[in-house]
Design a protein around this ligand. Sequence first.
Ligand code: NAP
Ligand code: SF4
Length: 693
Amino acid sequence: MNTSIRRPAAEQPALPYPNLLSELDLGRTRLKNRVVMGSMHTGYEDYPWMIDKLAAYYGERAAGGVGLIVTGGYAPNYLGSTVPLFGQFTTKLVAKSHRKITDAVHEHGAKILLQILHTGRYAFHPLAVSASATSAPTTPFRAWKMPGWLIRSTIRDYARAAKLAKAAGYDGIEVMGGEGYLINQFLAPLTNKRTDEWGGTPQKRRRFPVEITRQIRAAVGPDFILQFRISLVDYVPEGQTWEEIVALAKELEEAGVDIFNTDIGWHEARVPTIVTSVPSGAFVEYTHALAQQVDVPVIASNRINMPEAAEQILAETDVDLISMARPLLADPNWVNKAKAGQSDLINTCIACNQACLDHAFAHKTVSCLLNPRAGRETQLQLLPTRKAKKVAVVGAGPAGLATAVSLAERGHSVTLIEGDDRIGGQFLIASKIPGKEEFRHTLRYFQKQLEHHKVQVRLNTRITAAQLSAEGFDDVVVATGVAPRMPRIPGVEHPMVLSYADVVKEGKPVGKRVAVIGAGGIGFDVSEFLTTEDSPTLHLKEWRQEWGVSDPVDPARGGPRGGIVAPKPGPSPREVYLLARTPGPLGRKLGKTSGWVHRAAIKAKKVVQLSGVNYEKIDDQGLHITFGEEHKDPRVLEVDNVVICAGQESQRGLYDELVAKGVRAHVVGGALLAGELDAKRAIRQGTELAAAL
Ligand code: NAP
Ligand code: SF4
């Protein structure tokens, strides 16, 4: 910890978040506040002709007040790319093109670092290399063991990339040393089986990053920020110990590191580190412990998304800066809103990963479920309208809310009409699922935006096409959403049958033995809801037990290698069957970065998963099922309730009626298409329509 660089809160009494918004003097340069936009691969890094989009993306975040930005990862050589030839930083030509990015950021007084990332065995190509010949569970390719000459030339490549970054106008570089990428692969016995000068002992395993740091510092001189992303806990068997991590940090500091950005868990770790269900600030204790061991500033990251939490961390621990990548995708004006004391207007990242990391891992360009403008700053703009219209939006779910707020932001006169007594639609249901409580932030955000933009809101109102027509709206947007689908199963009208909305939203009582029909996203959510005790919010201690995470480091005692212990999930209050008609494992269509967490969570709660099921009938005995086309293996699941999660049907009758009456009508979200309905599409469609009207 470097106490000399911390500005006492008392020096800036006018700031709403005095620690978060205070400057940081790094000696050779100053950061205007303690907010760091962490690295997020956008997909644009891979295409040189996309540089303008990247510049607009970072420029908008810099204008939004962030102090320091770290770019997505760039490989120091072709072997280090995720996909061959993608995202390298190896030539003067590439460096020159990055001037657009650095200029766009500097224009707003922010600083920017280029992240250098060698993927090692995480590469998706047959030339993947690593400390030893090993395979990662996340790619089909087995990595080649790096010979000594390749290790030495790779170190030089890091230094060359750093020198080129300096020429491109960057304020420094971040070396990615975590998440299970190449440097981490050298550091952990799991992946470094060498017995030469690059492995065999902790000291030899850390030689690779220490040499990289030394050579970068020698190449760039003293006036260039050298930030190192250090893995504070690997969450893999045969990962590093806390003592090894501290020893690494000390050597790196001596070799020239200016700032440590902290990182939690490898990509292949079976401990969730970034999804919504991970408790807020779950890993801050690790960062605090590192800050006590080093003299340079240390950055905390992961599951910090609001200024209040960030301020508390800075005030109560030795952490110096807060890194957020996804929260700044969701709201580029996060810092400016915090500065203005308007944190309730922040569009809070809900850690769903649906449009950011799920896109990144599918090699698609990154955006945000809540902010479809993210990554599309040059294409999707909400410009002030030249002709204000009178617009009605019917339905206050995600699609209707996004449409209403975006239209009002552009200067239209908007009336939002909702049949329910609350705004939120399907998000009201989602926010009641264990681990998804943060979805309430989205409801708060929209509520505040409706007030801020003076949208007239009519709740408890079932409006007809005739009434809308009589009120003389220029345009009507139908965002009436969906209704749960009731499958045609004999006996489906039995009182034991409930819809997911009955259970989650209305809180109807559910017995001890339950069958859930339909294993889509909502079937999984409902299974988690039913197998969690009444108070669903997991506290940090219980969450650690559930996922087999050791208590954070006590430097005196150390901890288990890799930070993992045997999981001890809490008992389920119910016996639950989760059923699907489609054969094969359940949950294959869930999100790439969150699906495995949901699958592991219901497995831990011993939910019985059955696929290839035919629903024969429901009666007083329970749910009668058979399997496969031959209707074999008949069984009765003797359950108290059957909960239907069989998808939804569009509610778009109003739109058809409006069109018949000659009203200019538009339809968005689930009302347009219920199949595979998701909030990402609903919010994007609403925002795009508002931009076009
Ligand atoms: P869904 O993903 O479409 O799943 C509904 C499931 O019900 C289908 O997979 C289908 O599976 C089954 N089904 C469909 N018609 C049926 C019928 N007539 N009889 C019996 N079973 C039937 O819909 P959802 O679960 O309601 O989710 C809605 C949307 O919200 C999805 O886009 C989802 O991605 C999103 N969401 C995602 C998450 C998440 O990722 N954690 C959570 C909540 C919601 P079978 O035919 O195989 O039985
Ligand atoms: Fe956050 Fe979800 Fe947006 Fe990603 S898509 S930035 S996780 S809200």
